[in-house]
Write a protein that binds this ligand. Structure first.
Ligand code: AMP
Length: 282
C-alpha cells in the first residue's frame, strides 16, 4: 500500500490507472474501525484498485471542541488499511486542501439541510459537500463507498452526484455494530465506562421503535414512547428522533409499506454526540 500525501501525486497515480483499472474510493476521517474496514473490503471486492482518504475535515465541524478531540491515529490506520486490501491511502495536508484564503462557494440543499443533522449542525453539510467534491475531483473514482450510519450525508451526496451528473456510482453500505448494538463510530472511544453502557440506549430504543411500528403503532405513539425511554435514562439526552422516508428524508404522518422508512436518532451521552438509524425496507 502506498501513502500519498499531496494532490499532484494522487492525480498522477489516478491518471496512470484510469481506463485500465476500475477505481473504488472510501473517504474517511481516520480512527478506523470495523465499519470503515467493511467499506474497504467491499470496495476491494468490487474494484481493481481501492483508494482510501484520511482527512479530518475542519469545515464540517460546527463545534471546535469536537474537532480538537477527534481521534488521530495514522500509523494504526495505515496498518489496518493495508491488511484489509487498500492500495493507496490519500492523506492530504489541511493547508493544501484549503489553500484558497477566502472560499466563496456555499452549498445549499434546501429541505435536506434543514432537518436532523442539518438543523442541529449548521454548516455541516456545506463542509461535507466541499470536501467530498474536492476528493471526487482529485481521485476521480468509478465507485465511492459510504455508510448508512450517516444516512443524511449519503442522501446529500447522492443529490450532488445526481444533479451535477458526476460520472460515478455511489454505494451505501450497512451499519456495522458492536456486540451490544451500538453503531461503531470513531467517537465511541471517548465514551467512558458508564457512558459506554448508557450509549446502548440509542440502538436499543431504535430497535424497539421499529418493532412497535411494524406491530402497527402510530408514528406519534412510537415517538412518544422513545422520548419516554430517554426521559427515564439519566445519562442520555435525545436531540431528535425522526421517522422519515429513507429516500428523501421527508417526515411521515403514518407508516407506509410502499416506501423504505428510516428511523433516525441523535443525542448525547457523557458529552459525546451519537447518531444512529434503522431502515424498514418496503
Ligand atoms: P467517518 O470517518 O466517520 O467520516 O466515516 C467514513 C465513512 O465510514 C462514512 O461513509 C461513514 O458513514 C462510514 N461509517 C462510519 N461508521 C460506520 C459504521 N458503523 N458502519 C458502516 N459504515 C460506517
Amino acid at each position: 500500500m502506498q501513502i500519498v500525501d499531496n494532490i499532484e501525486s494522487m492525480r498522477e497515480i489516478v491518471r496512470n490507472l484510469k481506463g485500465r483499472s476500475t477505481i473504488g474510493f472510501v473517504p474517511t476521517m481516520g480512527a478506523l474501525h470495523e465499519g470503515h474496514l467493511s467499506l474497504i473490503r467491499t470496495c476491494n471486492k468490487e474494484n481493481d484498485i481501492t483508494i482510501c482518504s484520511i482527512f479530518v475535515n475542519p469545515t464540517q465541524f460546527n463545534n471546535s471542541e469536537d474537532l480538537k478531540k477527534y481521534p488521530r491515529e495514522l500509523d494504526r490506520d495505515c496498518d489496518l488499511l493495508e491488511s484489509n486490501g487498500c492500495n493507496y491511502v490519500f492523506v492530504p495536508r489541511e493547508g493544501e486542501i484549503y489553500s484558497k484564503a477566502n472560499p466563496v462557494i456555499q452549498f445549499g440543499f434546501g429541505y435536506l439541510d434543514e432537518v436532523m443533522e442539518g438543523k442541529y449542525r449548521p454548516g455541516h453539510f456545506n463542509g461535507v459537500a466541499t470536501i467530498v467534491l474536492k476528493l471526487f475531483n482529485i481521485v476521480d473514482p468509478d465507485k465511492a463507498y459510504f455508510g448508512q450510519k450517516d444516512l443524511q450525508q449519503f442522501v446529500v451526496i447522492k443529490s450532488l452526484v445526481d444533479e451535477l451528473d458526476f460520472n460515478l456510482q455511489l454505494r451505501c453500505m450497512p451499519i456495522v455494530r458492536e456486540k451490544d448494538g451500538l453503531a461503531m463510530s470513531s467517537r465511541n472511544m471517548r465514551l467512558k465506562d458508564e457512558s459506554r453502557k448508557v450509549a446502548q440506549i440509542f440502538s436499543a430504543s431504535l430497535h424497539r421503535a421499529k418493532a412497535l411500528l411494524l406491530h402497527g403503532d402510530s408514528i406519534r405513539s412510537v415517538k412518544e414512547k422513545l422520548q419516554q425511554e430517554f426521559d427515564r435514562e439519566q445519562g442520555a439526552n435525545l436531540e431528535y428522533f425522526e421517522i422519515v422516508n429513507a429516500q428523501d428524508l421527508r417526515p411521515l404522518g403514518k407508516a407506509d409499506d410502499k416506501i423504505n422508512i428510516a428511523l433516525c436518532i441523535a443525542g448525547y451521552v457523557g458529552g459525546v454526540r451519537l447518531i444512529d438509524n434503522v431502515i424498514i425496507e418496503k
